[in-house]
Design a protein around this ligand. Structure first.
Ligand code: DHE
Length: 551
């Protein structure tokens, strides 16, 4: 199956497991390697290959690379693959200049040995990393600052291991908060008071927005590599669980952890190892991808990538945890709620499908075929003039935007079907966004190989989608020096009022980056936020919109 170049780039980020000590064993049938070669090859594997082929090399986006398969192929055959790549998406590591001939030879021998095994990470390990910096009783009893908290933005500063808290009204930086390595996402507690941030190294930081200067009040590591965090949101007949629990999913070990929502004390760890949805083979490494909190029930929606299962984790009694396992499709990644927050729309990205899960009934509604490698972020909801309420996703692997009907009551014939495809500027799209108060739909394409496309965004008028898109040259508007930085424009995010949209202009660590704010009515530049501390900004999360799942 073809894989887009943007997808390879997307998955080839260094794993947080790169420097972690592992249990090693040599396969006697594999060609010999010195310890120095093995160490170097292991490092390269975790920097370049683990994202697609998995920690245990059981395969995900990339093919399985276990000795039972690789030894039979032999070093010479494997070298050709690594050096020249394949049309199925394997990068050409040698001809692109990223690996030397010696390194390719070393990697070809390395993958014939058994995969080194990283350690597990249980309660005792977590507790060793757990710090309550400000205990709940010493925290403010009321908001101690004058910020309009609901319009604060938490911006990931990827390569410095920080988030910038930015006042959405004044555009001033409130604080730069130290977090884990390469923060992935920020989420809010149900009350909107606490901000939770997770790094790729599975470190969670809990920030109290009521403090005079919002800062960390607790932290913990829940594993060695992770991407998702959320908090309990349910309040109703079954109890009030607002701000009670936090949950984080990890890639390694493959598990999720439920924590106390006040202190991050780890309470319950559940492994996701198990059988795949289709062939029902055992998979030792099913990574936890997106997690959201249900508004209908005291449940977390936990999406497990390699087994293709959506778990509805009922947290009403965590000592007698009830998990409804919904089979969806393999390689679940990111997703978001429809506008009623009843249906969770999650991308099974390498299956080119969106799974619509009914959080009220606890079942799969439908698997919907869309374009190549859907990548919605949390997606975008708006009311289509013909099809009624729709949820939209862009794609990493093609230039289309798929619109899926989400209203089974008044627009039954369109519900949970791909009702239209918009044409975007090119592949490599990561995030799409709209807002209930806006008439616009924005899409980025930061992984498109053409800088003209990766440095701009497109915007559609949702009242007149046939008109096509308007291009906004966001990176150009940032007015950054011509320092050779990639200036990829990534992730549209609205302010609370829904009348302005923020974008990150993302360059390398040693190059200038910025945030660009656009007036949503006029589509004109409103402000550029520049500051030497804004290093490698990627995602940004508005407090109100994230708290209430507005997108
Ligand atoms: Fe992400 C969301 C995983 C690369 C920026 N990313 C997610 C989610 C997952 C995920 C599972 C959903 C979390 C949730 O909703 O609970 N991302 C991964 C990867 O495995 C991957 C491919 C490779 C990697 O090694 O991390 C990857 N992601 C990236 C990037 O390269 C991005 C662009 C920059 C970065 O910071 O690393 C990136 N991912 C984001 C952002 C979100 C995200 C901004 C949140 C989107 C949202 O609107 O909710």
């Amino acid at each position: 199956k073809d894989v887009a170049p943007g997808d390879v780039q997307y998955h080839a980020a260094p794993s947080a497991l790169t420097g972690v000590p592992m249990v090693e064993s040599r396969n006697p049938k594999a060609p010999p390697m010195t310890q120095a070669e093995f160490d170097k090859a292991r490092q390269i594997y975790f920097e370049r290959c683990a994202g697609c082929h998995g920690v245990l090399r059981k395969g995900a986006t990339g093919k399985p690379l276990t000795p039972d398969l690789t030894i039979g192929k032999g070093t010479d055959y494997l070298k050709v693959f690594i050096a020249y790549g394949s049309p199925a998406g394997m990068p050409n590591w040698q001809t692109s200049g990223e690996m030397t001939e010696q390194e390719v030879d070393m990697m070809a021998r390395y993958i014939q040995h058994d995969a080194p095994l990283p350690p597990e990470f249980g309660l005792a390990d977590m507790k060793k990393t757990w710090k309550v910096i400000v205990p709940p009783e010493q925290r403010p009893k009321r908001k101690m600052n004058a910020y309009n908290i609901e319009n604060i933005f938490s911006t990931t500063l990827r390569d410095t291991g920080e988030v910038a808290l930015i006042d959405g009204d004044t555009k001033q930086i409130i604080n730069i908060v130290k977090t884990g390595y390469a923060v992935h996402i920020s989420r809010l507690s149900a009350s909107g008071r606490y901000l939770f941030v997770i790094g790729r190294d599975a470190k969670i930081n809990m920030i109290d927005l009521w403090m005079e200067k919002p800062d960390n009040v607790a932290e913990i590591r829940v594993g060695l590599e992770a991407r998702s965090v959320d908090t309990s949101k349910y309040k109703g007949k079954a109890g009030d669980f607002t701000d009670k629990y936090a949950i984080a999913g990890s890639y390694w070990p493959p598990q999720y952890t439920i924590m106390n929502g006040d202190t991050l004390e780890p309470l319950k760890i559940v492994s996701t190892r198990g059988n795949t949805v289709d062939t029902q083979d055992y998979h030792p490494e099913p990574r936890v991808a997106s997690i959201v909190a249900s508004h209908f029930k005291p449940e977390f929606v936990v999406n497990v990538k390699e087994t293709g299962k959506t778990l509805m984790v009922d947290y009403s009694n965590i000592d007698a945890l009830k998990v409804t396992e919904i089979g969806t499709a393999r390689f679940l990644h990111d997703g978001g709620w429809d506008s009623t927050k009843r249906y969770f729309m999650v991308a099974a990205n390498q299956s080119n499908k969106i799974a619509a899960v009914d959080a009220k009934e606890g079942k799969l509604v439908r698997l919907i075929d869309v374009g190549k490698i859907p990548h919605p972020g949390r997606g975008a909801n708006f009311v289509h003039p013909t099809f009624g309420p729709v949820w939209a996703t862009g794609h990493l692997g093609d230039e289309t935007i798929s619109l899926i009907g989400t209203d089974p009551l008044k627009h039954k014939q369109h519900a949970f079907k791909e009702v239209a495809k918009l044409t975007g500027p090119g592949g490599g799209a990561l995030f799409i966004k709209s807002h209930p108060k806006s008439t616009h739909l924005y899409s980025d394409a930061p992984l498109n190989p053409d800088p003209k496309i990766s440095q701009a965004v497109v915007v559609y008028d949702i009242r007149n989608l046939d008109k096509g898109f308007t291009v906004l040259p966001i990176a150009e508007w940032a007015g950054l020096p011509d320092d050779g930085g990639a200036k990829r424009v990534v992730q549209p995010e609205y302010n609370k009022a829904g009348d302005e949209v923020w974008f990150a202009v993302w360059s390398a660590k040693d190059k200038a980056s910025a945030l660009v704010v656009v007036d949503d009515k006029t589509l004109k530049l409103k402000t550029v936020i520049k500051d030497p501390r804004l290093i490698t900004p990627t995602g940004h999360f508005n407090v109100y919109n994230t708290q209430h799942d507005v997108y």
